[in-house]
Design a protein around this ligand. Sequence first.
Ligand SMILES: Nc1nc2c(ncn2[C@@H]2O[C@H](COP(=O)(O)OP(=O)(O)OP(=O)(O)O)[C@@H](O)[C@H]2O)c(=O)[nH]1
Ligand SMILES: [Mg+2]
Length: 599
Amino acid sequence: MNTNSDVPASSRKARLDARRAEKARKEALNSNKKPNKKPNKKQQQINAVEGDGKTSKRVKRKVTSVSRIANVDGITGIYGSSLELPTPVPSPPVPSPPAISPQTTSPQTTSSSSSQQNQSLKSLSPSSLLSHLQTSPPSTPSDLSYTIVTCLNLLRTNNALTEVEGEKLNFKGKIMEEIREIVRGMIEERESSPIDQIQPVESLKIIKSYIRNDLVPEAIRIMDRELSSDSAVVERSSALSILSTKYYDVDDYANAESTIKELETLGPKVRLFVDAYVNDSANSSRDASAFNLRIQNSIDWKHLIQSSSKCESRRRSSFKNGRLNGADLQPLILSKGGKSNVVFSVLRALTTHPAPNTDGIYEALANALVRRVTFLKGSVSMSTLPPPDRGEVAFIGRSNVGKSSLVNMICNRKALAYTSKRPGKTREFNFFSVNDKVDIMKEVKYGDEVRGVKDFDCFYIVDLPGFGFAKVSREQKDEWSKFQKEYFESRKNLRVVFHLIDSRHGLVSEDERIMKECSEIFKGKKDVSYVIILTKADKNDSTGRGKVSKTVMESVRNAMRENGVGSRPIITTSAETKYGRDGVWTYLKEAFNGGVNKF
Ligand SMILES: Nc1nc2c(ncn2[C@@H]2O[C@H](COP(=O)(O)OP(=O)(O)OP(=O)(O)O)[C@@H](O)[C@H]2O)c(=O)[nH]1
Ligand SMILES: [Mg+2]
């Protein structure tokens, strides 16, 4: 087997000697090339400081490519080489290396003892670490991974990840150079270890460290080599999420998009992996809920959302600047990810994963997707609707089913749309304008048209009056019903109709009539989505999660089939616990698909 632990000490020593000889040869060559080079004034100053044995001022460095650290030719996995100290500097005090527990072969204990070792390595000073690496090199692939991570972190905090060329190094610089050399060797050695001896969690650690240190191609190489099997699906997802965060941070739209897409496709596999574990746990003493929690937290969704959201706002600023400068917007938009909101890609990935339903994550999503929202106007007839200049989503359903509450929930506002315990609160088609320009919105007065250039992800939300409210006269009911039908038939910017049904009681006869009407009207309209929402799910279940009784679910499905909308989606929500927000948001994207220019 080709593992570190199997490499005999004598062979390591031989490689160490070979490395030293090579270095001495290079130095001799260099000294032959420039035998009488006089140090410049700055160098004299630095040497003078070093001569006192104190740390010098940082030498200005010529930086080479960051990726070189893992890509240098001719490295043979040598741990250590001689460190030539400038004379007459006394040798620094080298504390004896900490006691490190012997490694075992069990993955669990290997990881924990390695992390202990890592912990103790972290506390060493650079010179002690170097001395430790030279005298006790890591002996297993696991040790190797943790040691590489520790060394990379040390190099990063000392700005010493990159090679320094052409200048004489001070004392600390020499130590860093030595450590860097050793890391190169360790990386090579690690990469030649058989994959089955590497724990996915260790690969993930290395990948995180590489990405943090801007070694992205190296991180991808490890991800593809070591995290491609089904048993490493959780770690691969985690690695992909870190990678997409990185791409969003540096505005690399194309790579961010393809990485997040892969994360989205991995979601169902992660779910299967979790289900298998949970089923298995039923017959064993394993703690399924702790496992579930670990998987849910294996991706920092909040961080990913915030990075994508910042990326989105930089994208919008660049469009705005381009517009002001009279640039050709089309190529600019194409080069920056198109007319969408990049946060929706993260939302899609989130919905496929077993993500935790925590407020922090949804708060970040809501702020990114519904940045601004304001009440625009209440309409009572087709002629009083606002101009159809952007996409629109409508909430319909029986009176008191929770339409206005749901509008508030998805906009993350408490009282944007007025709600009431008593049915019949909403009496007009209430229009809310989402993601409009701040400066323009300030000028908007009741009923005004919102003027000016719009953001691509602006749209209208329409909260409709409920049907079936007994206290309204028959004429009024007929009028609303006629208006609603006309609205469905002729509102050309309508993109989504959310039909709400109370999850406790199921359908009323009016629901079935509306289903049929929608089925007939939207049959020929491919760009309108019709979605059923089962509301107030918290009332069915003391835990406040989205539970709906089998009877209600069955009756809704049957009615949908019978009325020609059998293939349309069903989302369960609770405005009380905010359950199901992500499901509803996923459809909001349809409201501006293609951008406002479409209308
Ligand atoms: N527990 C619980 N209560 C809800 C939920 N959604 C709405 N409600 C309550 O149900 C009542 C009616 O909610 P609204 O949002 O006003 O209903 P609506 O469909 O807009 O009613 P109309 O305007 O009359 O058509 C209010 O008291 C809400 O607080 C929910 O998900 N869970
Ligand atoms: Mg209402």
